[in-house]
Every structure is written in structure tokens, then in C-alpha cells.
Design a protein around this ligand. Structure first.
Ligand code: ADP
Ligand code: MG
Length: 280
């Protein structure tokens, strides 16, 4: 009895997400490839944690492992102190691909389907939750539309609405705005900040864009490659400014971006040379 309540207390005080010394190797025909090595970080409630790094540094690999889709070679990933072993609705992924919705269902029906399957809601309640979340992302007039009739930005909004509708503990986003034009991307960044302001849902967001990281993160984790590792885990002193206005240009922003850029390009091992323009 006392030991179980002790365990509960421990779970209650555990970080929402803990990634500890995670190494992931992929077995290939010619041998094995170490995608990430000894990656450790945690995320608490109501944080917007950005994972920033060059292409191929293992950002998606880490995010998929947290989603339960990638096997880890060593280390541990825990949600409130419980090891993650498979995908679950408390950790939902939104990808870059703008075709994540079921094409044969309307936008509302996509969201209702998630609510019915994951939350077991009856149809009328699922419809109410769907409409609430469509309104949250500004799609209240598009519930009856089929995905192929929407723009890329609208489809990503709908995918975010669907993910949030089942009330996950953690929203995992892998370059969700990467395929959008600059203007739409800026709009969705502002919307994501607004949604976060209202829901305070913990978001883990992967990007290779310094600008996006600085605009969206309350914390920024900078990764390097060969194999993927964490270079720096830092608080973003400007996140409140960008929550207010995504297009703000505080004087400190240029310097902060420069620091991050220098960090990204910094070679960890003096014996290893980085090809020019190979990162970013
Ligand atoms: P990022 O998202 O930062 O661009 P990834 O996580 O996609 O990087 O990839 C990291 C490394 O792991 C790359 O070298 C990539 O080729 C490799 N990799 C990723 N997924 C697989 C897989 N399923 N099988 C084999 N290698 C993989
Ligand atoms: Mg990736």
C-alpha cells in the first residue's frame, strides 16, 4: 500500500516527458547506422520545446521514438515516469505531409472519427468536440469539405485540430509547416502560438529553421549530426514577444539567431571538417 502510493507520488513529480541517454541504431544491409547517440532531455507541462538541427541529424528519429514508432537501441523514454513502448493517443504526431487526413471523409468526419475511436465518444458528442476544434483553428465553415478541396495550410490546420481533439498530453510536430509557402507558414505559426496560449498543451516541434525555432519555442534544443546528438538546450528569452506578435522584430532577435547559427555550424570535433553549406 505504502509502496504503491510512493510510486504514484514519484510518477506525479516525474517530468511529463523524459528522454534519457537514448541511442538509436538502424540495421542496414551493410551494417548498422547510428542515427542518434546518448540524447537526453525532458519536457514539462505547458512547454513548447523545439528540436532544431540540420537535415539528417536525427530529429525525426527522436520524435518518432517518442511517438512509439521507432525502437530505441539503448536508453529510456518515459511519459510521467512510465516507459513508452508503442504508439498511443496521449502522444500524437502531426507530419509535414499535407495529406494526413482520410481523403474519403469530410474534415469534420475525420475529427469525429478520431474522437469516437480514441475517446469512445458517441456521435453527437464527437460532433460537438469536432466543431469546437474546427473553430479553434479557424475552419468552422469547412467541416463539410473533403480534404482535397482545401489548401495545404487548411489541411495542416485540420490535422492539428484532429490531434488536439483527443486531448493528448503531448503534441509531436515534425516540420508541420515545412511544405507551406512563407505567408501561410507565418499565419500557422501565429495560430499555433495562439492555440498554445489557450490550451497550454505541451508541444514538441521539430524544425531545421532557426527563424521558426525562435518564433515558436519556449525552449530550443539544438542538435548536431554524425551521429545525432544534443549540442545545447536553452530557454528562449524572446518567446513571449513572439507569442504576442509572430512578426515582431525585437532588437535582440538578430543576435539570438546569430548565436544559434554559430552553434549549429560549430564543429564539435576539430578533426572532423564540415562541408561548407552542409548544415542549416
Ligand atoms: P532529420 O529528421 O534530422 O532530417 P532523420 O531522423 O530522418 O533526420 O535521420 C537521421 C539519420 O537516420 C539519417 O542518416 C537517416 O538516413 C537515418 N534513418 C532515419 N530513419 C531510418 C530508417 N528507418 N532506416 C534507416 N536509416 C534511417
Ligand atoms: Mg526529419
Amino acid at each position: 500500500m505504502s509502496s504503491s502510493s510512493g510510486a504514484q507520488e514519484q510518477a506525479g513529480s516525474a517530468a511529463l516527458l523524459a528522454v534519457r541517454d537514448v541511442t538509436i541504431d538502424f540495421e542496414l544491409r551493410g551494417g548498422s547506422l547510428r542515427a542518434v547517440e546518448e540524447v537526453s532531455f525532458s519536457a514539462d507541462d505547458a512547454e513548447k520545446v523545439i528540436i532544431l538541427g540540420p537535415s539528417g541529424c536525427g530529429k525525426s528519429t527522436v520524435l518518432k521514438a517518442i511517438g512509439g514508432f521507432n525502437h530505441i537501441t539503448s536508453g529510456a523514454i518515459e511519459l510521467r515516469g512510465k516507459p513508452i513502448s508503442k504508439p498511443g493517443p496521449e502522444r500524437l504526431l502531426v507530419f509535414q505531409d499535407t495529406n494526413q487526413l482520410f481523403p474519403w471523409r469530410t474534415v469534420r468526419s475525420n475529427i469525429m472519427f478520431a474522437c469516437r475511436v480514441v475517446l469512445g465518444l458517441p456521435k453527437s458528442e464527437a460532433r460537438a468536440v469536432a466543431d469546437e476544434h474546427l473553430a479553434m483553428v479557424g475552419l468552422e465553415r469547412f467541416g463539410d469539405f473533403f480534404p482535397h478541396t482545401l489548401s495545404g495550410g487548411m489541411k495542416q490546420r485540420a490535422a492539428i485540430a484532429r490531434a488536439l481533439s483527443v486531448d493528448p498530453h503531448l503534441l509531436l510536430m515534425d516540420e508541420p509547416f515545412g511544405a507551406l509557402d512563407a505567408q501561410t507558414r507565418t499565419h500557422l505559426q501565429q495560430e499555433l502560438n495562439d492555440i498554445w496560449g489557450r490550451t497550454k498543451k505541451t508541444i514538441l516541434f521539430v524544425t531545421h529553421s532557426i527563424d521558426e525555432a525562435v518564433r515558436l519555442g519556449s525552449r530550443i534544443i539544438v542538435m548536431g549530426k554524425d551521429p545525432g546528438h544534443i549540442k545545447m538546450d536553452m530557454h528562449n528569452p524572446l518567446h513571449e514577444v513572439f507569442e504576442e506578435d509572430i512578426e515582431a522584430e525585437p532588437v535582440e532577435a538578430a543576435e539570438f539567431r546569430r548565436e544559434i547559427r554559430a552553434l549549429l555550424h560549430q564543429v564539435d570535433d576539430p578533426d572532423v571538417t564540415t562541408p561548407p553549406g552542409g548544415q542549416g
